[in-house]
Design a protein around this ligand. Structure first.
Ligand code: GLC
Ligand code: CA
Length: 549
């Protein structure tokens, strides 16, 4: 396991304490007035991201694609979707990001291609093509029965009959996304080539899509297989050898003990999304009870020192309820998706602000958790200003609407006529651009955007939140999530009142008989610790970050 000693190694581990920002190019900013956001548009908004304090941008797929899964169905790994711009635009973006001291990672879709990809076209056309074996074929649809279906609302099987090929092909997602065959060494090599191409352009790493599903083996659920881990370790070794300081972030929607495997011995992924903690933040907030959070955090195994969790509240997909029990899922749906239209697959297609009743106290509290739990936080574009959603749009498009920059009908997103927008702007009260937009919030101290910026700078001023140990504490009541972040010399006590009621807090601080405290959020002295105890009361949904001195 890697041991950290010098500041030098800390710099190489930049991702351990970075602020990530998930950005959907189509939604961000349209530079040429065709109604679609594009790469030059992103460049025009980099100053905004820099001022916000973002360290690393993650771009959703930007490759040529028939867009049956919004770009996760890639037809060409070596180019840029024309609506988004050109490879040169992308090069310029990377340069401009780096010039501002930020980093950028892109999506690496390993598991599948689009059915429009030339490999698949060649494969289905000819049994003897070398590309036939790039995919997984079968004469019947009986194999791998234990593999679950992920896009439950659309797909009925992981096998689809291809008349041209005269065989069934395997796919874990849409039938328009045939799975690649990782038993084929040529496929394994292709993906290293893809990585090299983008790394040479200068990307700082990848968010690796859907990594649990690379291999299939009879008699298993075809997830997290040893063969999959072996290949991912190969990718990592390649990266370490040729491109040190770049990062691999795993999308493995799995239980912590299974995600833990993706860190290997510090020789697989640098980072992994912490999927199971996410719905439990919402559960805890709705119930006013910390037990679901405590439960999952206590089941989160330690990870190697050179690894880090990535924590999030929302992303471009439905708020997934795969990592909860059936009973919890039903409860979450009932509480957070009362309208059936809000539900999708095993999740909820809504954004942060609407989920939390557009209640500023709850949004801040959720962010207090996001920024203080173990891991590096990632913000989903638009959530920093409290954007709304549109549950009437197809699939997950309702959480991918245009970014709202200005208080006007077009939201400053594009100069195109609104009916040429790739998706309708959120409209009306309380989430339309007249009410929710960057410019107004920039001008208004105390706005949600202002709060987010302060939270980010506070997080950066306290690296212990990225590096420190985590200890769950008993706050004397279940309504408060209390924990300590410490690194031996410094200690930060975090208190979150999950409930809508005033809560008296009595927290026992292990090993600290007396201390003064300093409230780093409000820059004021906090209550003292006496006889290992700290007492205070927390207003509804209030949070305190106290440095123990
Ligand atoms: C990941 C992506 C999702 C996509 C799927 C298939 O889960 O987050 O948007 O649909 O992979 O590529
Ligand atoms: Ca455009």
């Amino acid at each position: 396991m890697v041991k950290l000693s010098s500041q030098g190694s800390r710099d190489a581990l930049w991702y351990k304490n970075a602020i990530f920002y998930e950005l959907y190019v189509r939604a961000f900013h349209d530079s040429n007035g065709d109604g679609h956001g594009d790469l030059p548009g992103v460049i025009q908004k980099l100053d905004y991201l820099q001022a916000l304090g973002v360290d690393c941008i993650w771009l959703l797929p930007i490759y040529p694609s028939p867009l049956r899964d919004d770009g996760y169905d890639i037809a060409d790994y070596y180019s840029v979707l024309p609506e988004y711009g050109t490879l040169d635009d992308f090069r310029r973006l990377v340069e401009e990001v780096h010039r501002r001291g930020m980093r950028i990672i892109t999506d690496l879709v390993l598991n599948h291609t689009s059915d429009q990809h030339p490999w698949f076209q060649a494969a289905r056309a000819d049994r003897n093509s070398p590309y036939r074996d790039y995919y997984v074929w079968s004469d019947d649809n009986q194999k791998y029965k234990e593999a679950r279906i992920i896009f439950l609302d659309t797909e009925t099987s992981n096998w689809t009959w291809d008349a041209q090929a005269g065989q069934y092909y395997w796919h874990r997602f849409y039938s328009s996304q045939p799975d690649l065959n990782y038993d084929n060494p040529a496929v394994r090599q292709e993906m290293l080539n893809v990585m090299r191409f983008w790394l040479d352009i200068g990307v700082d790493g990848f968010r690796a899509d859907a990594v649990p599903y690379l291999y299939e083996r009879e008699g298993t659920n075809c997830e997290n297989l040893p063969e999959t881990h072996a290949y991912l370790k190969e990718i990592r070794a390649y990266l370490d050898q040729h491109y040190p300081d770049r990062v691999l972030l795993a999308e493995a929607n799995q239980w912590p003990k299974d995600v833990r495997q993706y860190f290997g011995d510090g020789d697989e992924f640098h980072m992994g999304f912490h999927f199971p903690v996410m719905p439990r933040i919402y559960m805890a907030l709705r119930r006013g009870d910390n037990r679901s959070l405590e439960w999952i955090l206590k089941r989160t195994p330690p990870i190697p020192e050179n690894c880090q969790w990535c924590v999030f509240l929302r992303n471009h997909d439905e708020l997934t309820l795969e990592m909860v029990t059936e009973e919890e899922r039903q409860w979450m749906w009932q509480e957070y998706a009362p309208d059936p239209r809000m539900r999708l697959n095993l999740g909820i297609r809504r954004r942060l602000a609407p989920l939390l009743d557009n209640d500023r106290r709850k949004i801040e509290l959720a962010n207090s958790l996001l920024f203080s739990l173990p891991g590096s936080p990632i913000i989903y574009y638009g959530d920093e200003i409290g954007m709304g959603d549109n549950i009437w749009l197809f699939d997950r498009n309702g959480v991918r609407t245009p970014m709202q920059w200005l208080p006007e009908e077009k939201g400053g997103f594009s100069s195109a006529p609104v009916d040429a927008f790739y998706a309708p702007m959120i409209q009306g009260e309380p989430y339309g651009p007249q009410r929710v937009n960057v410019a107004s919030q920039q001008a208004q101290p105390g706005s949600l955007l202002d709060f987010t910026r302060r939270l980010i700078s506070l997080r950066k001023a306290n690296p212990i939140l990225g590096w420190g140990d985590f200890t769950w504490l008993d706050a004397g009541c279940h309504a408060v999530a209390a924990y300590l972040r410490s690194d031996g010399t410094e200690r930060l006590l975090i208190l979150n009142n999950l409930s809508g009621e005033l809560q008296p807090v009595h927290v026992l601080i292990p090993g600290l008989e007396t201390a003064t405290t300093y409230d780093i959020f409000n820059s004021t002295p906090g209550p003292g610790v006496a006889n290992y105890r700290l007492e205070l009361s927390l207003a509804p949904y209030a949070y305190r970050w106290l440095r123990l001195e």
